[in-house]
Design a protein around this ligand. Structure first.
Ligand SMILES: Nc1ncnc2c1ncn2[C@@H]1O[C@H](COP(=O)(O)OP(=O)(O)OP(=O)(O)O)[C@@H](O)[C@H]1O
Ligand SMILES: [Mg+2]
Length: 262
């Protein structure tokens, strides 16, 4: 790399820097070190897949990155600001404006329609009713639920509920998307659709951190971080990036093969 390249690289500031982060849980006399010592730097516009066995600390790390939880030790610097020094108000503002969460356990309001669930973050953002409804309708159409806007969560399938959660996470155009197994309960076709949405958001310059157990899904990311026992085991660029259009072709082939067998 030449001088200009080096200079540019240096100027590319990290969006997320965590240094020697630890998170322990104390239950009675037992201490669980969910995160032992994790250091990580993520630049703006990266697309990272976070992988690792169950219990390795992925969700714990995501909760810290999303400012939903604080570490027991270590530093978290988000956009040049040390998160531990932010006030609760500042943190809430960062969460509302900058971060979109797509968590598997993300609860939708049970008595509200898809439209109202998706529009909710816009209320906090101060948008008027007409704008909220228009944007939420568009967001639901984008995830293929234009015909389910007046349905309540218990009138939707699991995959459809997940898509409502995705639409809600994206409604504010957050610059960081934290997705904890967003395709966990979905069939292959719907998973590909959700990954298509995530790729689209990434292509607009947003930063994506995605937890997944599925190698297939992780291949969509540009960088793969593997965790084990509260530590980062491996962190490497994905040199075989898969895109949704490819996945759709592969799925179509699979379906054709199945049809040919019958
Ligand atoms: N609130 C809590 N209290 C006590 N222990 C917890 C708590 N949350 C998580 N843990 C423990 O911390 C460890 C890491 O949990 P975490 O949820 O981060 O794992 P994970 O990698 O997301 O696993 P999975 O793939 O199953 O979702 C586990 O051993 C878990 O039992
Ligand atoms: Mg988890």
């Amino acid at each position: 790399m030449g001088y200009i390249g080096l200079k540019r690289k240096k100027m590319q500031e990290a969006l997320i820097t965590i240094k020697d982060i630890g998170r322990k849980y104390v239950i009675g006399s037992e201490v669980i070190h969910a995160l032992k010592s994790v250091s990580l730097e993520i630049k703006k516009g990266e697309f990272v897949a976070l992988m690792g066995p169950s219990g390795s600390g992925k969700s714990t790390l995501m909760n810290i990155l999303g400012c939903l939880d604080t570490p027991s030790k270590g530093d978290y610097i988000l956009n040049g600001i040390n998160v531990s020094q932010m006030t609760d108000n500042d943190l809430a503002e960062v969460r509302n404006k900058e971060i979109g969460f797509v968590f598997q356990t993300f609860n939708l309001l049970p008595r509200s329609t898809s439209l109202d669930n998706v529009a909710l973050p816009l209320i906090y953002a101060g948008a008027g009713k007409k704008e909220r409804d228009e944007r939420a309708t568009k967001a639901l159409e984008n995830v293929g639920l234009g015909n389910r806007i007046t349905h309540k969560p218990n009138e939707l399938s699991g995959g459809q509920r997940q898509r409502v959660a995705v639409a809600r996470a994206l409604i504010n155009n957050p610059s960081i998307i934290l997705a904890d197994e967003p395709t966990g309960n979905l069939d292959t076709k719907t998973s590909i659709e959700i990954m298509g949405l995530i790729e689209e958001i990434h292509s607009k310059g947003n930063t994506i951190i995605l937890v997944t157990h599925e190698e297939d899904i992780a291949q969509h990311a540009h960088r793969i971080v593997r965790m084990r026992d509260g530590l980062i085991e491996k962190d490497y660029p994905n040199d075989n990036i898969k895109t949704v259009s490819q996945s759709q072709v592969n799925l179509k082939k699979k379906e054709d093969d199945i049809e040919n067998i019958h």
